[in-house]
Ligand binder design. Structure first.
Ligand code: GLY
Length: 375
C-alpha cells in the first residue's frame, strides 16, 4: 500500500520555478542538440528522426506559451523543419510521428499561425494514416520486417490524426484513429485493465498471430510505460470523439495502474517482472500516467473526477521527492532521475529520459491551469 500524500500550498510554484531554472540552464548548455537520455547528468544528442526528438522543443513551446519569453520561442522555432528534413533525408518515417510533430509543428502552428508548420503536421498525419492496415484495422508499428505488428505506444500518436481531421475538415484521419483505438480495446486491453505491448497480426487476414513482450518483461506481463501510454491515449481519444468506451478504458487502465504502484508511488518498469522489489523504477511511466490521469479528471463525471486528480497529484509528489527529482541540482541535466528506457535490451536503465521530463513538466503545467493541450 503506497503512502498517501497530498500537495501542500506552494508545491506547484516551487516545482515550476525549479523547472524554469533547470530548463534555462539546459538550454544554455545543450544549444541545438536533441536530448534523449541523460545517463550521468549530461544529455546525449540523438538523431532527429528518433521518436523522442519532439519532447525538448515541446518543453520550449510550453514554456514560451506560459511565460511569453522570446528566448524559448526562438529556440523552439526551427525544430519542426529540422525534424522534417531528417525524415525526408533518411526516408525513415515511422509510427511515432505524432510524438515528434505534435509538440513541434502542431503547437507551433497553434501558437504562431505559421503555415509551414501546419503543412508539415498535415504531411506527418497523412504519413501516419498511410500506415493503417485495413485487415485487422491497426496502425503498423516500426519498419523493416515487422510487418503486421501494432504497439500500445501508438495510442499517443492518434492525437495527430484527430488534430488533422479537425484542421482539414477531412474525416479520414479521425476514422483511422478510431479504428485503431477500437482494435486496442478488443486486442490489447485485458479484463484486469492491463494492456499488451505488442500484438503481431497476420496483415492479410487481420488475425492475431502472437503477443510479444517488446519493452516489457514478457508477452503477458505489464510494461508500466505501455500502461501509461494506453491510459493517456484512451483519454485523448475520448476527448476528441466523445466515444464513451474510450473513457471507460482509460479509467480501467488507470485503476489498474494505481493499484500496482509500490509504497513510494513510483512504478517499477514492469508491474509483473519477477522479484519486483529489486527491479528498476520508471519515472517516465509515472509522469505520463500523471498527465493522463489529469485528462481523465477533466473528462470524467465531476462527481468522480477528483479521484483521478488526487492520484495524479500523488504521482507528482512521489516524483518530486529527493530520490527521483533533480530539480535542486542545477548542473545535472534532467528533471527526473531513475527512468527506464528499454530494460530487456539492457539500454537506458536508471537514467533521465527527455519524455519523462516533458510529461512531468506538462502535468505540473496542467495543475497550474494550462489547458491548451499538445497531445
Ligand atoms: N517507443 C515509446 C517508448 O519507448 O515508450
Amino acid at each position: 500500500m503506497m503512502n498517501l500524500m497530498n500537495l501542500k500550498p506552494g508545491d506547484l510554484d516551487d516545482w515550476w520555478s525549479g523547472i524554469l531554472r533547470k530548463t534555462d540552464r539546459m538550454l544554455e548548455a545543450i544549444g541545438d542538440a536533441s536530448p534523449h537520455v541523460s545517463a550521468a547528468g549530461v544529455y546525449d544528442d540523438v538523431r532527429l528522426d528518433w521518436w523522442t526528438s519532439g519532447f525538448w522543443p515541446g518543453q520550449l513551446w510550453l514554456l514560451h506559451e506560459l511565460t511569453g519569453s522570446a528566448t524559448y520561442h526562438e529556440a523552439a522555432w526551427p525544430w519542426d523543419a529540422r525534424i522534417e528534413q531528417a525524415f525526408v533525408r533518411d526516408n525513415n518515417f515511422h509510427h511515432d510521428v505524432g510524438f515528434q510533430f505534435l509538440p513541434t509543428a502542431v503547437v507551433k502552428h497553434r501558437l504562431t499561425g505559421d503555415e509551414d508548420a501546419c503543412r508539415r503536421a498535415l504531411a506527418a498525419a497523412g504519413f501516419l494514416a498511410g500506415r493503417f492496415n485495413l485487415n485487422g484495422r491497426f496502425l503498423r508499428a516500426w519498419n523493416q520486417d515487422k510487418i503486421g505488428w501494432a504497439i500500445i505506444d501508438s495510442m499517443m500518436n492518434l492525437s495527430l490524426l484527430f488534430w488533422a481531421s479537425e484542421r482539414s475538415g477531412d474525416p479520414r484521419y479521425r476514422q483511422i484513429a478510431c479504428a485503431h483505438a477500437d482494435t486496442v480495446l478488443s486486442r490489447f486491453l485485458r479484463p484486469d485493465g492491463s494492456v499488451h505491448h505488442i500484438v503481431a497480426f497476420d496483415p492479410e487476414t487481420g488475425a492475431v498471430k502472437a503477443y510479444l513482450g517488446g519493452q516489457g518483461h514478457a508477452p503477458f506481463s505489464s510494461w508500466s510505460r505501455g500502461q501509461a501510454w494506453a491510459l493517456y491515449g484512451m483519454a485523448n481519444a475520448y476527448r476528441y470523439t466523445g466515444i464513451h468506451p474510450y473513457l471507460h478504458a482509460a479509467q480501467r487502465i488507470a485503476h489498474y495502474f494505481v493499484s500496482c504502484l509500490p509504497e513510494d508511488g513510483v512504478p517499477h518498469w514492469d508491474f509483473r517482472a519477477p522479484d519486483l522489489a529489486a527491479q528498476p523504477r520508471d519515472t517516465s511511466a509515472a509522469a505520463i500516467a500523471a498527465s493522463g490521469l489529469l485528462e481523465i479528471a477533466r473528462l470524467a463525471d465531476p462527481e468522480w473526477g477528483g479521484i483521478y486528480q488526487l492520484a495524479a497529484e500523488r504521482l507528482l509528489l512521489a516524483l518530486s521527492s529527493e530520490r527521483y527529482s533533480a530539480l535542486n541540482d542545477l548542473v545535472y541535466q534532467g528533471l527526473l532521475k531513475e527512468g527506464t528506457g528499454h530494460k530487456p535490451a539492457g539500454s537506458n536503465v536508471n537514467v533521465s529520459l527527455i519524455y519523462g521530463d516533458y510529461f512531468y513538466m506538462e502535468a505540473i503545467a496542467k495543475l497550474r491551469g494550462w489547458t491548451n493541450r499538445i497531445f
